[in-house]
Design a protein around this ligand. Sequence first.
Ligand code: ZN
Length: 415
Amino acid sequence: MDTIQSAQQAVELVANQAILASQQGTFAVGGCIIDNATGKVLMAMHNNVLMPYPGSTVQPPFLPHDPTAHGERQLVDWYFANRERLHLPAPDKLTVVTTLDPCAMCAGSLLSAGFNVAVSAIDTYAGINYNSQFDFPTLPPTVRQKAQASWGYYAVAAPINRAYQGAASGPAFAGCGVDAAAFSLTGSIFEASVSSVRAASNNSGLPPEQLHNPATLPASSKVRQALTALSPWSLEVTCANPRMPGPELAPALVDTADQADTPNAVALLDPFGNLLACLGGMEHQSPIRTAFMETTRGYAELRWKLMNDNDPQVRAQAAQYLTHPKYGTFVFLRIPDPNTSEAVMTFGAYGSTMEGPVPQSFPSNLQYVLLPPGVTSQAVADLAQKLPPFYTTSVQVAPSQVLDARLISAVQAKR
Ligand SMILES: [Zn+2]
């Protein structure tokens, strides 16, 4: 890996990653981790939300791979997977440099992990600094202070003439700038990719009225076997109304949380009310591998793999039986505390999973059983209302507590 000596070199390096992402047909965003002390590039990665399945001969390939596979989120998980083996410095001695202002999910990930951050282009729609004011209106107060102390937006030379905005120390090459060509490339290459990638992700499944019920699949079905391998509770629980889960969901949520690192679990129900996946967190591997991140990623990767199976019958079954999550319901055992970076990450990751308008329903398809101690449902809703415009106007993130009080009682009785 290279050693970087200037903001210009850092942005050129991550811009090259964005070009690779563009060629792959996914969001054209790239990032890297730099060691502040030496300028050494520890890792560089690009967005992989849309990705061909390795070894598949399927044409056309089914590309929706992992809605959470943004460059920055992957860099955070890479860091925690390799920190001990490579004796990596602490996150506050490192900088994640990115072509584009991080979205809510990535901002929450980076702040949870404690990296310094340096940014080239602004994203006025989904970026955490969407208003370019460096006041981060989305972030809870303590998290905002952390961002203001460790993030920076590089200056841009004429004819753009943007001043450096951010912490005086912390980010690598704090106070420095880049030329207009590098800056313009990082913004325009993303803008060219965003609409088509969002549409491909948001429109990648049959509407509920055309979907078949996976609970009818025989034990020999590869789709059923893949679901069971992901989550032993898969297709073992069915709620009569997927938007009104009842006490029948309590054992899956509680038992899954009991077996996880942290006492949380998230279930995904399909439009038939079937539990498709219910996973807990893996925070001992990475602080951002929370229950929601594991559930949405696990299900997306399962779908991506089956939809690219070289057996046409498996592909057809996957397409007929597996819903897009926007037609399903996510049910959290516990919603994250809205005063934390984890909550920002979680709502951001939900937005990335939807990747566009969600069919309107009451209650919404983002639900939780328990609130953190001392937190009101209004405080949770307020955080959702402060997210960048993409999440409030397009996705319309609207977390709500489950309506069936028997589910809440059943969970409390088991804790
Ligand atoms: Zn992101």
